[in-house]
Ligand binder design. Structure first.
Ligand code: BGC
Length: 417
């Protein structure tokens, strides 16, 4: 009897130990990859981790740019229940690192030699005080235009090379009764267009002075007035139902030929690919006219929140290792629309837009024309970013004319610092 009971207890204990180990070898991942293309890319990550016996607990929070995800994250951390791995952008990563909330990834980074292969522009956000605190999964950029090729061919519209060409192309689409510009009226989408417009007006020099240095003269300049005028021009080419529309539904309008163009980061390419479309044949990708040579980038990184449980720590390390493997970076980014976060991944598996994205990134980094995206948290901390969002969106919705927007921008940025 006693022996039997002992054996049963030992078995139960062994079972419990296995179960808790199995439970520990999992990551809870908070992210905002909820569109069709994003979900397809996320699956590449889930399957990669499943192959390594790392369990996945999904915590999706919809909303491009990650604002809602960051609000949810703050609430989870405040209630003492941080997710183990979190998709994060730019300055948000550094903010959490400063709060001492993130795990140190130095050991896996050293084993895998991250220092040598991750570009400096990404290390600026993946390291804090010299320590690795996140694993970059990709590099996106925001100054892209996506176009429906058949529609352009039908209306004899050539790929626009200058801003004036672009406006003329938009007008031709409008005259033909099409929606010229597919857009979703959400603050982060307005701001995403603004990234490209700023570059088209004054290149990286103006972009840097205004939005990285936050120079009041540049913020209040005639160039800024021109940028807001260009935003008003774009506003005149969106359809009546643009307000509140999700970005992927705007991409769908270009995919199905209802609209000619969308200005959006290269996550939009993920939607085209997911719909079975081929670059060059079905759709075109090109830089916002006037912004060629410049790249406004953002990099999705996974930051790991500090946990005590050793099993969970192990799973976090393995997830970071998996994310950074060259094979995974190719497999994931070909689906996501982004390009690899390491410089040594061959471009063979990438389509024409991906190859262009990789070449543009390398060239921009070499020529000093790589700038962090304002809209996607790589130019400023959240307070300044949100102040810029507010002005850009109020202007886009007709609350201010361009001159008032310039004035509001100067004041809002100053107040937010
Ligand atoms: C992220 C992308 C994402 C996009 C739209 C951006 O902030 O960097 O990965 O696809 O938002 O959700």
């Amino acid at each position: 009897m006693v022996r039997n009971f002992g054996r049963k207890a030992a078995l139960t204990a062994a079972l419990m130990a296995t179960t808790s180990l199995a439970q520990a070898a999992e990551v809870e991942v908070l992210h905002w990859w909820t569109s069709g293309g994003e979900a397809a890319a996320l699956n590449v990550l889930k399957e990669d981790l499943a192959g390594q016996k790392i369990g996945w607990v999904d915590m999706p929070v919809a909303g491009g740019g990650g604002e809602s995800a960051m609000t949810t994250l703050r609430a989870r951390v405040t209630s003492g229940d941080a997710p183990t791995a979190v998709q994060m952008l730019g300055f948000d990563i550094l903010d959490w690192a400063e709060e001492g909330a993130l795990a140190n990834l130095d050991a896996v980074a050293a084993e895998e030699g991250w220092d040598a292969v991750v570009p400096a522009a990404l290390q600026a956000f993946a390291k804090h005080d010299g320590h690795w605190i996140s694993a970059p999964v990709n590099v996106h950029s925001t100054n892209w235009v996506w176009a429906n090729k058949a529609l352009l061919d039908e209306l004899d519209i050539a790929q626009p090379a200058t801003w004036d060409d672009f406006v003329a192309a938009l007008q031709t689409l409008k005259d033909a009764g099409k929606t010229p510009l597919a857009h979703g009226g959400q603050a982060w989408q307005d701001a995403t267009m603004f990234d490209g417009v700023i570059l088209s007006v004054g290149g990286v020099e103006f972009y840097t002075k205004a939005f990285i240095d936050l120079d009041a003269d540049a913020l209040g300049s005639d160039q800024m007035l021109e940028a807001f005028n260009r935003m008003a021009t774009l506003r005149s080419f969106v359809d009546d139902n643009f307000s509140g529309r999700d970005w992927n539904l705007a991409s769908a309008m270009v995919i199905n030929g209802e609209a000619g163009f969308q200005i959006m980061g290269d996550w939009a390419k993920g939607e085209f690919i997911n719909a079975g479309k081929v670059p060059g044949d079905d759709f075109l990708c090109f830089r916002v006219p006037g912004s060629d040579g410049a790249v406004s980038f953002n990099s999705d990184q996974f930051a790991m929140f500090s946990v005590k449980d050793e099993g969970a720590q192990g799973a976090q390390g393995e997830m970071a290792r998996a994310i950074m493997s060259p094979a995974f970076q190719a497999a994931f980014n070909t689906v996501k629309g982004s390009v690899p976060a390491r410089t040594d991944v061959p471009n063979d598996d990438f389509d024409a837009c991906g190859k262009q994205g990789m070449a543009d990134l390398a060239a921009a980094a070499a020529s000093g024309k790589l700038v962090g995206s304002v809209a996607h948290g790589h130019a400023n901390r959240a307070a300044v970013k949100n102040a810029i969002y507010d002005v850009v969106t109020a202007h886009f919705n007709g609350e201010y004319d361009a001159a008032a927007a310039v004035e509001e921008l100067v004041n809002a940025v100053e107040a937010a610092q």
